[in-house]
Design a protein around this ligand. Structure first.
Ligand code: FAD
Length: 418
């Protein structure tokens, strides 16, 4: 617990927040709403941390394919969905297996497509009934322990290999960003619940609009970008160039290992899941369909795990052009040029000869995408000498980052009133 509560007093003295990712921004917004000023520092040149959109040659490229689930409670609390002009994905996917795509649809939202899905080789009829029972709460993994991996839980629930290998693996790999589905079953349950309860969406102008909207809720001059903090104390921070700031409290809203470094704890003890995200540009006439749907590799041959023509969802390509976002997981041994070459072959296999002309625009190799999560973390660790928050205090996601930022701010607010 924080020990120096007495020092939290005069409201004119700001809370110093290191990190302008989703956690740091949610913390700042919550403090601002309570009338407590903050100063946020980030070493990057834009807000958002891991939630970023780059502009490249007239394209908007999200730094890694990620989506917002409208059912996220913190997103509902902090974001104005209408202003983000959210664009929904089709609730289902097309799975490549035996040389063609098979549509797997959510029967509760698309009953006709859902009924057709019953006939595909992506899982047996019994597997599909199990998914339906899960949606209705008649089949659950709740009694399984926190350290039960998703893959083991799916097997225990009775899913067969044709469902696990052809659907659950590519779908959940795209969420967990790890190949083995060793992530705790609690993360699977949460994800399944949010996917079923709401829409899967992207803002019209890319994922980076989300942190920008949060940043817009606090005064502009309270955010100092390109400012790397190298030293921290309970009430002060110092940047690399030696500038010092004093405040009523300090919040480390960085990734876990940066927080540990700043606190002098040394070694990074967090394992990370990683992903390579590659962008290909193509002419709109080459689009296989203008439906915003997720394409999955049900063969396991890769290297592409999942693909979305993101220009069918958001405004991310110049007029007449389209944009494909491709995710590759677990191919760290290959360099990006080699992955792009292999991905191009797979695109040609999937979409025909026209894909040979699609241009590799840019690739993002994201070593530290999300903290790996074999068991749910303990949120108590957020309250130490210096406050901490970040996605790593929950089941990692945009939502858990915001929740952690909000809870930290609420704690500071309570202490400032005591
Ligand atoms: C490729 C990818 C796909 C994802 N897919 C999804 C998805 O579909 N849905 C979902 O909900 N989540 C997804 N996530 C996870 C989600 O983006 C993260 O969980 C969340 O954004 C983490 O926010 P954060 O604020 O905890 O950390 P970060 O975003 O990492 O913010 C930490 C900030 O601290 C700054 N910083 C670090 N050290 C210093 C320092 N010394 N001085 C100043 N600043 C510093 C960094 O620059 C950074 O901006 C994905 C992540 C990635 C990378």
């Amino acid at each position: 617990m924080k020990t120096n509560t007495k020092e939290i007093g005069g409201k004119s003295s700001p809370v110093l927040i290191v990190g302008a990712g989703m956690a740091g921004l949610a913390c700042a917004v919550t403090l601002h709403q309570a009338g407590i000023p903050s100063l946020i520092f980030d070493r990057g040149n834009q807000v958002g941390g891991r939630v970023r959109t780059d502009e490249v040659d007239g394209y908007r490229l999200d730094c890694g394919f990620q989506v917002l689930l409208t059912a996220y409670p913190e997103a509902q609390r902090f974001l104005d969905y209408e202003k983000l002009e959210l664009q929904p994905c089709y609730p289902g996917s097309k799975v490549w297996f035996e040389n063609r795509f098979h549509r797997v649809a959510d029967p509760f939202r698309h009953p006709i497509d859902g009924a057709k899905s019953l006939l595909t080789p992506i899982g047996t009829l019994a597997d599909k009934l199990r998914v339906g029972m899960m949606s209705m709460g008649l089949l659950s993994s709740r009694s399984m322990p926190d350290n039960c991996s998703t893959i083991n839980a799916l097997r225990k629930m009775g899913f067969g290999h044709s469902m696990i290998d052809r659907f659950w693996k590519p779908f959940m790999r795209g969420v967990f960003l790890e190949n083995e589905l060793s992530t705790t079953i609690r993360k699977f349950e949460e994800t399944f619940r949010f996917f079923s309860k709401g829409d899967t969406v992207l803002p019209k102008n890319g994922i980076g609009e989300i942190p920008r909207q949060l940043a817009g809720q606090i005064p502009n001059d309270h955010i100092l970008l390109e400012t790397e903090i190298s030293k921290v104390g309970p009430n002060s921070v110092e940047s690399l160039d030696g500038t010092k700031w004093e405040g009523m409290a300090v919040v480390l809203a960085t990734e876990d290992y940066h927080a540990n470094q700043l606190l002098g704890f040394g070694k990074d003890h967090v394992e990370w899941n990683s992903v390579d995200c590659l962008y290909f540009s193509l002419s709109v006439v080459d689009l296989p369909s203008d439906e915003p749907i997720l394409y999955l590799d049900g063969t396991g041959n890769g290297p592409i795990n999942n693909l979305t023509f993101v220009s069918t969802l958001c405004d991310c390509a110049p007029l007449g052009q389209a944009l494909a976002s491709v995710s590759v997981i677990g191919k760290k041994e290959l360099d990006m040029e080699e992955i792009a070459k292999q991905a191009k072959n797979q695109l040609t296999e999937w979409f025909g000869k026209k894909a040979e002309g699609w241009k590799y625009l840019k690739g993002y190799r994201i070593h530290q995408a999300v903290p790996s999560c074999p068991t749910p973390p303990s949120p108590k660790a957020a309250l130490t000498e210096v406050y901490r928050c970040g996605d790593y205090f929950g089941l990692p996601s945009i939502d858990s980052a915001m929740k952690s930022g909000r809870l930290t701010a609420e704690h500071i607010i309570r202490e400032s009133q005591s």
